[in-house]
Design a protein around this ligand. Sequence first.
Ligand code: PLP
Length: 405
Amino acid sequence: MKKIVKSSKLNDVCYDIRGPVLVEARRLEDEGHRVLKLNIGNPAPFGFEAPDDILKDVIHNLPTAQGYGDAKGIYSARVAVMQYYQQHNIKNIDIEDVYIGNGVSELIVMAMQALLNTGDEVLIPSPDYPLWTAAVSLSSGTPVHYRCDEQAGWFPDIDDIKKKITASTRAIVLINPNNPTGAVYSKELLLEVVELARTHGLVIFSDEIYDKILYDEAKHTCIASLADDIFIVTLSGLSKNYRVAGFRSGWMLISGNKGLGRSYMEGLNLLSSMRMCANVPCQHAVQTALGGYQSIHDLTRADGRLRLQRDVAWRMLEQIPGLSCVKPKGAMYCFAKVDEKKFSISNDETMVLDLLRQEKVLLVHGRAFNLREGCYFRLVFLPHVEVLQTALNKVERFFNAYQQG
Ligand code: PLP
């Protein structure tokens, strides 16, 4: 019988956050081991539950949300998104500029599918949230990674970006606040990116899904509020700020010089229609979420649960000999550097697998975030402090004895 082989379109598509390391963790669990999972930014299972009014709204609207909705999203959700960004100083936008999707994930893939032809290049941060790289590859584009500088708090290296712009560059991606590094970009840095986009005719894609998860007085600036003469796509959603990742509810806003992108928006409209619409019941959560009490701030203020966990995770990582970590200012991850020489490490995936097998703690290696140099891992600080302490004591014990051979 003829084998059924996956499409060659997938040859360069990777999403290692849920890749081989997770498969090994599942194998260990099947053998009866308890694995401490610090690998995925999924707030609800760690007791970070959604505000009640969001749940009530979805439940209330469930009986009347049985049919397909508008391909670009239900009216109340799109109006709420539009108003949210108007309040954030983004000018000249209307409801037709808003697309609701099944999470930001679906919109990232759609945004790249609608834009790219074979060989078109997209500038993507390294390290990145790997769906961006995967979506560009899947859409026949070429991901070109620009350097984010650890010494500069993981800010994008503007000179490196400049060097990587070619005649084929179509767009630049920003992730702000950043996954995996936790960096929150300054207005000055964002203005430099705007200037590059202006000079080279690039679309800016700004993934701002963590825009409310900020620590230590960090301030988030929507890059779309800084320019109305270039084409900017801003993405965000309910998964992190409102802790309902399972609802699969996200949005995308087109702003700036929209006249430049009429044809592109026709492409987005077509792709939106082809998948009928996003999950309708959960779109009802959007208006209530954006207009309701922002309980995320209770979690991120000085005595908030998420902030305390950030502090514990970061401090304990910094105290482990051979490890260092730039303090995250946003999001829910610590991205730690491991001294490769001290531990003779040549492969950070092997390191994470060794830790998993020895200590039953699951992290994600730096290469999974398209960072090809150095040795890093990402740790999710969503578990309670006691769990984090247990996990980090195990990480410390592991590195105290580790030599990759
Ligand atoms: N963008 C970033 C930077 C993320 O970290 C994630 C999820 O971890 C997503 C997008 C996907 O979010 P969603 O649940 O809305 O699909």
